[in-house]
Design a binder for this molecule. Structure first.
Ligand code: GDP
Ligand code: IMO
Ligand code: MG
Length: 423
């Protein structure tokens, strides 16, 4: 099975980083193909914790090469910080990390615009990560983007940058925000360019060549399906396609070459940012799960909103991505609860509705239909065999498997690479 992909089936932060790091042990290439440093993927190795925003999470394996493919929007400052951390860990990135020249750059004015729009929205803010993601992708779509490709020729880069920055500064002024200093931004970008130049190589040839040689490729999805630009309750979205189609447009590998889609499902729901969350919990129960699960944003540190597992939306995610196999994460966090709930459908005005029928206004009003399960008190974080899990825990997992009609590949019960229950 040469090309596999890992995607989050909920609202992000499902634990994709841990699973990608684990599965990448067999991968020749691990690939980020969409999104930017709005992602925060955690990899725990012994007593060290790494937070990857742009670097593919499988980079620690000796033979694994890491590709930042064309669909990614790239903030040079963030990538260079991660490169420095990896260097300190003793990794030689030459011939190990590749950046596509087709990646669009997140430039200083994108970050300022993201913040200005959010502040202007006031109480209707979307809760973006304020990292410039939406503004960078909208420049890409309106032919105003500047790419890694443009960094290759510094003189033409400066012309493009000055033109865009002058326009963006006018927009920032209308928001009452201080314009960016174009000259000092260029001085910094010139230094960053020098750092990035040795790593620029397009993913198209590398990946298609890898497929023909039957090499193993692992695609690392970011965010979650409920944040997809087209399939979220828009505008509570992120600016890229998180569905599996993003691999083709975002890396240049044909759809037919993707052999399997592994969906990551957290045993409950979390989300950061605004927007409807049908199974959201409030009060002491939500606080307890948040504290136990350390559910604070990897990128922004914001407390994550917490809810029961929502299988109505996860079923949609499985369908649209043709998911045959899932990994359930953070099951250990649910130990000690008297009872657990799983949402099996939505009701709106007395009728059943599906996730895909709902815009953001409907999704904010749906009443989840719940199935209640008895909880378990045992700490399960040291358990490695399905048969050793408490009966109530096995029931919870079996229900998910049956409801979704998918195979459970394994269950994660801790942040460390090997804290997994075999099925
Ligand atoms: P990602 O964005 O999907 O990669 O997820 P994040 O890294 O943002 O958030 C997941 C958090 O849960 C991180 O702190 C992980 O170290 C942690 N984690 C992942 N899997 C497990 C698990 O099975 N149990 C526990 N307790 N923590 C986990
Ligand atoms: P990982 O890969 C959780 C959310 C933001 C906000 C919305 C739009 O770590 O799972 P943006 O900055 O993308 O324009 O913000 O999307 N969001 C995420 N939430 N995990 C993520 O990534 C996210 N990436 C974006 O919180 O609600
Ligand atoms: Mg995250």
């Amino acid at each position: 099975m040469p090309a596999n992909s890992v995607i989050g089936l909920q609202w992000g932060d499902e634990g994709k980083g841990k699973i990608v790091d684990l599965l990448a042990r067999n991968a020749d290439y691990v690939v980020r193909y969409h999104g930017g440093n709005n992602a925060g993927h955690t990899v725990v190795l012994g007593n060290k914790r790494f937070f990857f925003r742009l670097t593919p999470s499988g980079i620690f394996h000796k033979k694994t090469k890491a590709i930042i493919a064309n669909g990614v929007v790239l903030d040079p400052e963030v990538l260079i910080t991660e490169m420095d951390i990896l260097k300190k860990e003793g990794l030689n990135l030459k011939n190990k990390l590749f950046i596509s020249p087709r990646c669009h750059l997140i430039l200083p004015y994108h970050k300022e615009l993201d913040i200005a729009y959010e502040n202007a929205r006031g109480k209707n803010k979307l809760g973006t990560t304020r990292r410039g993601i939406g503004p960078a992708y909208s420049d890409k779509v309106s032919y105003n983007g500047i790419r890694v490709y443009d960094l290759l020729d510094w003189n033409s880069f400066t012309v493009l940058f000055r033109f865009q920055a002058k326009i963006k500064n006018k927009i920032l002024k209308t928001f009452g925000v201080k314009p960016i200093n174009i000259d000092s931004a260029l001085t910094l970008l010139k230094k960053q360019r020098t750092r990035l130049l040795p790593f620029i190589k397009d993913s198209f040839e590398i990946l298609n060549d890898a497929v023909s040689k039957k090499k193993n490729i692992l695609f690392e999805g970011a965010h979650g399906i409920m944040l997809d630009l087209d399939w979220s309750p828009y505008p509570f979205a992120t600016a890229s396609n998180t569905v599996i189609g993003g691999i083709n447009t975002g890396s240049g590998l044909p759809v037919k070459s993707i052999d399997s889609v592994i969906g990551i499902v957290k045993a409950f729901t979390s989300r950061v940012g605004e927007g409807p969350l049908p199974t959201e919990l409030h009060g002491r129960l939500a606080d307890a799960i948040r504290e136990r699960g350390a559910e604070y944003g990897t990128t922004t540190g914001r407390p994550r909103r917490i809810g029961w597992l929502d299988l109505e939306s996860v079923r949609f995610s499985c369908k649209i991505n043709n998911v045959a196999e899932i990994v359930i994460t953070k099951l250990d966090i649910l130990s000690g609860l008297l009872e657990l709930k799983i949402c099996t459908g939505y009701m709106l005005n007395g009728k059943f509705v599906h996730y895909a029928d709902c815009g953001y206004k409907e999704l904010a009003k749906v009443k989840p239909v719940y199935r209640t399960f008895p909880g378990w008190i045992e700490d399960i974080s040291e358990i490695r065999k399905f048969s050793s899990l408490p009966k109530e825990c096995r029931n919870y997992l079996n229900f998910i498997k049956k409801f979704l009609g998918v195979k459970i590949k394994f269950v994660s019960v801790g942040a460390e690479r090997n804290a997994n229950v075999k099925m």
